[in-house]
Design a protein around this ligand. Structure first.
Ligand code: HH2
Length: 284
């Protein structure tokens, strides 16, 4: 058993007594949700600045799309895409996370100023766990069944909630054994990564099973396809309301860090939702 992490946590210096928004910045030409518009450095920087102005706490920079069918890129190409963006955003004071599965990219990104590692394969890539432990930065461990190219072919679980939680706790233990402090390990159920809509909904309805571990929980649901499967097959740009609705449900279940494309919408919805909850039901 992994010992519970102490209550009232913070992550990467951010107190988790309020929602924290991690804005997605794709330094890729082929990410499904934004069509690669942030590929050019100047666009990525403008996007990062706008996200900070809208209230983003973390800027999540990635150079490899994990969308099924995306073209694979070399580590050198990934580094070439992300390093200039990270250097510029970190120099402007942004708290940057690197979204990568590769040890060499993690090292280059942290050298460039990234202060969090976000890995959709939970540091299972060659050398990734050692790199993260050496670099001494907080990590986000995401659950994925299979590999990005084929993970949606036939995802299968006996008990998706238990298996995702146990899998993540096993990775958290591996991190602790490698020397990463418990409070520097956040968990993410990996919505859409080797999961059917039914699996995603079970995980979302039972997020408290993850938050009760005491680890900070990160959730990435923004514009994902389960929203379209529930509502009219709408394209990614029309999935903002479904993303926000999911964030509110997740807030109630203890999630505090949200990976989003639409910072202003999430900030406002969570602020209003919390203001109502904190006012209580009695009236004056
Ligand atoms: N989802 C994507 C990428 N990275 N990281 C975490 N921690 N959690 C997630 O749910 C998650 C993630 C989605 O993949 P991608 O194809 O890169 O789309 P985009 O970056 O536009 O969201």
């Amino acid at each position: 058993m992994t010992a519970p992490v102490s209550a009232a946590p913070s992550f990467a210096g951010l107190a988790l007594d309020r929602p924290r928004l991690m804005a997605v910045i794709n330094a890729t030409p082929d990410s499904f949700s934004d069509g690669g518009e942030a590929f050019a450095l100047e666009d990525a920087l403008n996007r990062g600045r706008a996200f900070i102005a809208e209230g983003a706490d973390i800027l999540d920079v990635g150079g490899e799309s994990t969308r099924p069918g995306a073209t694979p890129v070399s580590a050198q190409e990934e580094i070439r895409r992300v390093v200039p963006v990270i250097e510029a955003l970190a120099a402007e004071g942004g708290l940057v996370s690197i979204d990568s599965r590769r040890a060499e990219v993690m090292r280059a990104a942290v050298k460039a100023g990234a202060r969090i590692i976000n890995d959709v394969s939970a540091l299972q890539g060659e050398g990734a766990l050692d790199a993260a432990a050496d670099l001494g930065v907080p990590v986000i461990l995401m659950h994925m069944q299979g590999e990005p190219g084929t993970m949606q072919d036939n995802p299968t679980y006996d008990d998706v909630v238990a298996e995702v939680r146990d899998g993540l706790l096993a990775r958290a233990r591996a991190c602790r054994n490698a020397g990463i402090a418990a409070q520097d390990i956040a968990l993410d159920p990996g919505i859409g990564f080797g999961k059917t809509v039914a699996h995603n909904l079970s995980l979302l309805a039972n997020l408290d099973r993850l938050t009760e571990t005491g680890h900070p929980v990160v959730l990435g649901v923004s514009r994902k396809s389960y929203i379209a499967k529930i509502d009219r097959d709408v394209p990614p740009g029309e999935r903002v309301a479904g993303s926000v609705a999911t964030a509110l449900a997740a807030w109630d279940r203890g999630v505090r860090i949200f990976r989003v494309h639409d910072v202003a919408e999430h900030r406002q919805a969570l602020a209003v939702y919390r203001a109502i909850a904190e006012t209580g039901g009695k009236g004056s």
